[in-house]
Design a binder for this molecule. Structure first.
Ligand code: NAI
Ligand code: 3PY
Length: 386
């Protein structure tokens, strides 16, 4: 696409030109921008992943801010183009921003927004769904039914794992990892082992209190442990879910050697980023260990899967849909738009990116702040005292 042909324009006479590289769910984000004197241009090109050239064409000669997607490569070229067009604001419609070169953004003085918090529970719910689906072999059983193979109940038919009393392992116990851990511990009475660079104090308090509740009710209490190494989690847990950010320290965090340390019948879930797992090594491991199961929402080279993965019955694969609930996706769009709008208006940055609820209340005007700017410190942006 040398020049984008299909663009939807809102509020053509608006003072500030804001570009969204994709249509996004809901209308609140559109209304917030146009009520604040923005001319909004939404790229409606029928092409899933826009190239750097496509986005440069969209930015054009004058652009105050861009709302972009995690599929786009926001590096030197795009931040340079945005800066030349007078833009000082970019927001990913995602909490993860491994597609963004923040150093390049800093160089051009462009604020980089992301959308934390609004997708925490939705993403954790998908990780929990994949855990259950893998443990109880739901996808295989569904295919079996639809294939007309069911000819009556049998004692051995699709026998899976009981989660109750087993151990759930979480790697990266931040917002999403902690929410997932709470769901699995409270929902299925699993014990918890986690590994993170930081202590997950609130999560530990929650599991301690829940264990006390179970004990007082005459039930076996759940237990928790903060592992001092990731390998401890891999060796001890029955279900392991990956929730770290993707950076240099987490690239291929789960590789051939680490897979070999896991239990033969373990379940591995990935709703973080594909490259956290060495996917080729995973395919080999799945082939060698038919009782080992995985639930994957993300892939090393999206939208592709490594050869062999699609044929494996012990793998459940879904197309990066962990944050795909209506409320969450509309909220992500709102946060992304408010990041860009806030920077254009010169608003300060919200004091706590973990508490973005005031921006999501549809019945109230959002605070005059940017909800979450990841390079606020580097750019010396003021913080909101609200
Ligand atoms: N599949 C999907 O649709 C979605 C994927 N994500 C991914 O999930 C990631 C996590 O999101 P949040 O929980 O909101 O972020 P967060 O920042 O609250 O949590 C990330 C955690 O990873 C930990 N961490 C960093 N390096 C680590 C390492 N080497 N080993 C162990 N832990 C490490 C951090 O200390 C932090 O606690 C995002 O960065 C994004 O890539 C997020 C939402 C939806
Ligand atoms: O927010 C993210 O990081 C995603 O992967 C999409 O929800």
């Amino acid at each position: 696409m040398a020049k984008p042909v299909s663009i939807e324009v809102w509020n053509p006479s608006g003072k500030y030109r804001v570009v969204s590289t994709k249509p996004m769910p809901g209308t609140r984000w559109i209304n917030l921008l146009i009520q604040n004197d923005c001319r909004l241009e939404i790229c409606t090109e029928k092409k899933t992943i826009l190239s750097v050239e496509d986005i440069i064409a969209l930015i054009g000669d004058k652009c105050d801010g861009v709302i972009g997607q995690l599929t786009e490569d926001w590096g030197e070229e795009l931040f340079s183009a945005l800066s030349k067009a007078g833009g000082k604001a970019f927001s990913n419609m995602a909490v993860g921003y491994n597609n963004v070169n923040v150093d390049a953004a800093n160089k051009y003085g462009v604020a980089v927004g992301n959308t934390p918090g609004v997708l925490t529970e939705t993403t954790a719910e998908l990780a929990a769904s994949l855990s259950l689906a893998a443990a109880r072999r739901i996808v295989e059983a569904d295919e079996f039914m639809r294939g007309g193979l069911y000819d009556g109940w049998l004692p051995h038919l699709f026998v899976g794992n009981l989660l109750k009393g087993q151990t759930v392992g979480v790697i990266g116990a931040g917002r999403i990892g902690s929410a997932y851990a709470r769901m699995m511990v409270e929902g299925f009475k699993m014990n918890l082992i986690y590994f993170d660079l930081y202590q997950a104090t609130r999560l530990e308090k929650f599991v301690t209190a829940y264990a006390a509740f179970l004990k007082a009710s005459g039930e076996t209490p759940v237990a928790w442990k903060r592992a001092s190494t990731m390998d401890e989690v891999l060796q001890e847990a029955d279900v392991i879910s990956l929730h770290p950010v993707l950076d240099k320290t987490t690239y291929h965090l789960v590789n051939k050697e680490r897979l070999a340390k896991m239990k033969k019948e373990a379940i591995l879930i990935n709703c973080s980023r594909g490259p956290v797992i060495d996917e080729a090594a995973l395919v080999e491991h799945l082939k060698q260990n038919p009782m080992f199961r995985v639930g994957l929402d993300v892939f090393e080279e999206e939208p592709y899967m490594k050869p062999g993965l699609a044929e494996l019955k012990n793998a459940i694969v879904v197309p990066h849909i962990a944050s795909a609930s209506k409320w969450t996706r509309e909220g992500m769009a709102t946060l992304a738009a408010l990041n860009v709008l806030g920077k254009i208006k010169g608003y300060p940055v919200w004091f706590d990116a973990n508490r973005v609820e005031p921006f999501l209340n549809e019945n109230a005007r959002p605070p005059s702040a940017c909800p979450s700017i990841v390079n606020a410190k580097a750019l010396g942006l003021p913080s909101s005292k609200l």
